[in-house]
Write a protein that binds this ligand. Structure first.
Ligand code: NAD
Length: 316
């Protein structure tokens, strides 16, 4: 029989995709989500719809900041996969920062305080971000020991969460990994993320607004590869890992794929936004070595799959 898993942020983009995968693998999944207001609850409920009809899934609608030992002490949780967060670089400046502190730092600390009181805990898997690195000016892949100098308040909160996980693991003796995700895309991508916005605009015949000149480079990682990396990390590895595609392309190349699909779209370039980095590129060699991680989906295939998924769901 498969072990019991706790997934935080289970109704979000990555959390719901992982939930479906672990249920298919026979795990019993307890999911926590508070439906925060970064996007609509109806989208998150749609994400988790199929899981909700599975008897091996239980949804706890709760803010991690209000989590009590009684909520999870009897669930015999072996793995915690922590994906709840306030994501997004651009909104993390100014008054919104309090939400980042609450959902990325305070919530992580509260979860850790509760979970160390559960003797069944074996491993804590923390969903982190390439934003912990800051800018990669070298035009080379970023190795896992690259200095962490976040360029946004969001990146600072994600780095703090990583450090909290490590400090608790070292003091309380459980296994841990911090997985640094590089720009994840595909079906269920958050509506505030670039590809989601571009495809929605293209479908509506509206002009795409691009911040920067399109030469910024990103390591775009397909959701199935990220989910596979998380699953692999449940039984192997220790410490920090990059989960990217291991290739970096200019945003213009991704736009060309969208343009091929929607030939009449118009694109308008605007000034870059504060906190946006020029380049991200994951060196995944230690993830391959320790976890057996081997991402498969290239941008051409992945982006078309996202477009077709969105076309089925959004009508104009
Ligand atoms: P998402 O917003 O779709 O999912 C996060 C979920 O967490 C949401 O459903 C939200 O309601 C929930 N949540 C937030 N705060 C909570 C709290 N205090 N208590 C309970 N639930 C809470 O985001 P996502 O894109 O799926 O990101 C998942 C994780 O991956 C996050 O940690 C994010 O920082 C990280 N990440 C994502 C990307 C990406 O490209 N999507 C890249 C790097 C890192």
């Amino acid at each position: 029989m498969q072990a019991n898993v706790l997934i935080t942020g289970c109704c979000g983009f990555i959390g719901s995709s992982l939930t479906d995968r672990l249920l298919a693998n026979g795990y019993t999944v307890y999911g926590i989500d508070c439906f925060n207001d970064n996007y609509s609850k109806s989208i998150k409920l749609e994400n988790i719809k199929s899981a909700l009809s599975n008897s091996k899934f239980t949804l706890l609608e709760k803010d991690l900041n209000q989590l009590e030992l009684d909520d999870i002490s009897k669930l015999n949780i072996k793995y915690v996969i922590h994906l709840a967060a306030q994501p997004g670089v651009r909104d993390s400046w100014g008054p919104e920062f309090v939400k980042y502190v609450k959902n990325n730092i305070d919530a992580t600390q509260r979860l850790l305080e509760i979970i160390i009181r559960c003797p069944s805990l074996k491993r804590f898997i923390n969903g982190s971000s390439s934003s912990v690195y800051g800018d990669n000016n070298s035009d080379k892949p970023i190795p896992i020991n690259f200095p962490t100098n976040p360029l946004s308040p969001y990146g600072v909160t994600k780095l703090t969460a990583e450090k909290l996980v490590k400090a608790y693991a070292m003091n309380y003796g459980f296994e841990y990994v911090n997985l640094r995700f590089f720009t994840v895309y595909g079906p269920r991508q958050r509506p505030d993320m670039a590809f989601s916005k571009f495809i929605k605009k293209a479908m509506a015949g509206e002009t795409l607004i691009i911040f920067g000149d399109g030469t910024q480079k990103r390591d775009f990682t397909f959701i199935e590869d990220i989910v596979e990396g998380i699953v692999l990390s449940m039984n192997q590895g220790s410490g920090d890992y990059n989960l990217g595609r291991g290739k970096s392309i200019q945003l213009r190349e991704a736009l060309a794929i969208i343009q091929d699909y929607f030939p009449n779209i118009k694109i308008q370039f605007e000034n870059p936004q504060r906190g946006d980095v020029k380049s991200t590129w994951a060196d995944i060699s230690n993830s391959t070595l320790d976890l057996g991680y081997s991402p498969k989906v290239d941008i051409q295939e992945g982006l078309i799959r996202q477009i077709e998924w969105m076309k089925e769901r959004i009508s104009y």
